[in-house]
Design a protein around this ligand. Structure first.
Ligand code: GLU
Length: 282
C-alpha cells in the first residue's frame, strides 16, 4: 500500500512552490491508489504559529488536495501535529543513544564557525561540523535524558551515501564532506528536523517521501538515521523547485505568491497549480 505525506511547517503562509510540491505528492498517492497523510511540523516553537497551521490546511483544501489522515480528520497514527509527539520522539532519541550513534554537544555556533576547516557545503546552509570538536567515542553514554544540551549524530566520515530518487535519478553524498555531524536533538528539549521527520515517516508507515529538491542533502542524513535505527527506508521523490523567470527560487516571503494572495487576486486552483510562474507574478 502506497502511503505518502504532506508535511508543512507553519512558519508562514504556504507559497506557490509548496502548492506545486504538495499537489505532486497528492497526485502520486492518487495514481498509486494509496493514502495521503497530513502532518503539521510545528516543532520550532519560536517561528511556528497556530494560525499558519490552520491557513495551510485551508489553502491545501482550497487547492482540492485530499488526505486520509491528518490533524483535521484524525486517523490511526494521531496526533498528526509534531508538537504533541514529544514522548515518541524521546523514545527514538533513546534508541539512537543506546546504539551509540549520537553524542551531546555543547559547542556554540561560534565555536563551530571558529574551528571550521571545511568550506560550507554547496547545497546546504549548515556548516560542516568540524571533527576536531567531536568528543571521544562513548561520551554521553551515561546520560539518561537528552535535555539541556544539543545532540549530534556522528557521521561515518568518507562514506558515500547513495540513493535512487524517483524524480531526480541516482544521488550520492559523502559523509564528512557534503555534510557533517548533524543535530538530532536541541537543547530546548525538542528533536531537530532530521530526527522528527524520520521518526514520523517511519511511525506513519510512509512508503514514499515527496518533497522539494532542496532537501536532497537532508535525505542522505536521514538515510543514516534509518540505518542506525534498523528501519527500512521509504522511496524518495524530490520535486523540482519552482523558480521565477530569472531562475530564482521562490521564497516564502516572495510578495504576491502566497496561495492566500493568489486566491485574493482571483486565481483559480488550476492556475495556481499549472499556470507558468511568470503569468502568476504579474
Ligand atoms: N516540514 C518540512 C518543511 O516544510 C518538510 C519536511 C519534509 O518534507 O521532509 O520544510
Amino acid at each position: 500500500m502506497y502511503r505518502g505525506r504532506l508535511a508543512p511547517t507553519p512558519t508562514g503562509y504556504l507559497h506557490l512552490g509548496h502548492a506545486r510540491t504538495f499537489a505532486l505528492a497528492a497526485q502520486r498517492a492518487q495514481a498509486a491508489q494509496g493514502q495521503l497523510i497530513y502532518r503539521t511540523e510545528d516543532l520550532d516553537a519560536e517561528r511556528c504559529r497556530p494560525e499558519f497551521a490552520l491557513a495551510a490546511l485551508e489553502d491545501l483544501r482550497w487547492l482540492g488536495l485530499l488526505w486520509h489522515e491528518g490533524p483535521d480528520v484524525d486517523g490511526p497514527h494521531a496526533p498528526y501535529t509534531q508538537s504533541q509527539r514529544r514522548g515518541y520522539f524521546l523514545k527514538v532519541w533513546q534508541l539512537l543513544h543506546a546504539a551509540g550513534s549520537i553524542y551531546p554537544c555543547d559547542k556554540s555556533r561560534q565555536d563551530v564557525a571558529r574551528a571550521l576547516t571545511a568550506p560550507h557545503a554547496e547545497h546546504d546552509a549548515e556548516p560542516i561540523f568540524p571533527p576536531s570538536l567531536r568528543p571521544p567515542l562513548g561520551h554521553g553514554r551515561d546520560l539518561i535524558q537528552p535535555d539541556g544540551t544539543n545532540w549530534r549524530f556522528r557521521v561515518p566520515d568518507g562514506e558515500t551515501i547513495h540513493f535512487e530518487d524517483r524524480l531526480q535519478g541516482p544521488q550520492a553524498f559523502v559523509a564528512g564532506k557534503d555534510f557533517g555531524d548533524f543535530l538530532v536533538w536541541r537543547k530546548d528539549g525538542f528533536p531537530a528536523y532530521e530526527l522528527s521527520v524520520v521518526a514520523d515517516d517511519h511511525a506513519m508507515g510512509i512508503s514514499e517521501v515527496v518533497r522539494g529538491a532542496d532537501l536532497l542533502l537532508s535525505t542522505a542524513r536521514q538515510i543514516l538515521l534509518y540505518r542506525a535505527l534498523g528501519w527500512p527506508e521509504p522511496h524518495w521523490a524530490h520535486a523540482p523547485l519552482v523558480v521565477d523567470a530569472q531562475g530564482r527560487r521562490l521564497a516564502k516571503r516572495t510578495a504576491g505568491l502566497s496561495i492566500r494572495e493568489l486566491r485574493a487576486q482571483g486565481r483559480t486552483p488550476a492556475e495556481v497549480l499549472t499556470a507558468p510562474v511568470g503569468t502568476l507574478l504579474s
